[in-house]
Design a binder for this molecule. Structure first.
Ligand SMILES: C[S@@+](CC[C@H](N)C(=O)[O-])C[C@H]1O[C@@H](n2cnc3c(N)ncnc32)[C@H](O)[C@@H]1O
Length: 244
């Protein structure tokens, strides 16, 4: 995969205090990197699952990807606040399952503030219980391999899926700038922990990070306020499209 996303800022350096949980002001002052990582990891909520809020994956396959199939350029997708990787890997599986040709020219960036959870995501090992969330059509596919230890209750995502996702450490409230515009941004169950002001700033920054006509998919308890609907048009359940 070309290093398209190589120039991202790293998350917690210069972090704003408005991220999940209380104000961790010492993060950017006294703590060393290890302490910072540990502290961030201890206060973040990493709950996630494969195909969480499945209606977004139906929308992805049936409408967004289907409409993009004729596009000759590469497709850029961002999973912002990706936790342990189930969200970007679900996106990758949808692509491979529905449109393998498009999958070959799609780049999936997955970012999170929590370095420890990104390490887990990169390895792509999940328990059989975690895999129960996969729709039957995906369980039957050869996307996972058993781990050598026969006692193990875990499976690992195959290289062909893992290689589709590029993980990076990023605090959404730091001063990031993206080197590309995205066709789709998933930012689900992340901004709910931010203040209204920080949420609105983030939505506006996502508008800049999206291509005209690009999609922003957010969590079930999150909403884009009506005053932004002239730039982010509601188009489905917690789905918004940047006005072209
Ligand atoms: C509840 S999980 C949601 C995971 C996934 N998006 C989903 O809906 O299943 C929230 C994730 O957001 C991350 N997060 C919280 N604050 C963040 C910030 N300021 N920048 C980037 N990621 C953040 C957490 O580390 C956590 O992994």
């Amino acid at each position: 995969m070309p290093p398209l996303f190589g120039s991202l800022n790293h998350a917690y350096r210069g972090a704003s205090s408005d991220f999940m949980g209380p104000d961790p002001s010492f993060i950017s002052t006294s703590a060393n990197n290890g302490e910072r990582e540990h502290f961030i990891s201890s206060i973040t909520t990493n709950v996630t699952s494969f195909f969480r809020e499945k209606h977004h994956f139906d929308l992805l396959t049936e409408k967004i990807l289907a409409d993009s199939n004729d596009v000759k350029r590469s497709l850029n997708i961002w999973s912002a606040g990706c936790s342990s990787g189930q969200e970007p890997y679900s996106i990758a599986m949808c692509l491979l399952q529905a449109l393998p040709d498009l999958a070959a020219r799609t780049q999936i960036l997955a970012t999170d503030i929590d370095v420890a959870i990104l390490r887990k995501a990169e390895v792509g090992i999940y328990t059989r219980k975690e895999l129960m969330a996969l729709p039957p059509a995906f369980l039957g596919r050869s996307f996972f391999s058993s781990i050598r230890n026969a006692q193990s209750d875990e499976m690992q995502l195959q290289h062909k899926i893992r290689n589709m996702v590029k993980f990076q450490n990023l605090n959404l409230n730091s001063s990031w700038a993206m080197p590309v515009q995205f066709d789709i941004i998933f930012c689900r169950n992340v901004a709910i922990y931010f203040s209204q002001t920080t949420q609105e700033r983030l939505w506006r920054r996502f508008v800049t990070a999206l291509r005209p006509g690009g999609w922003l998919l957010i969590g079930h308890a999150e909403r884009i306020p009506p005053e932004l609907h002239s730039i982010l048009r509601p188009n489905g359940m917690t789905a918004y499209q940047k006005i072209s």
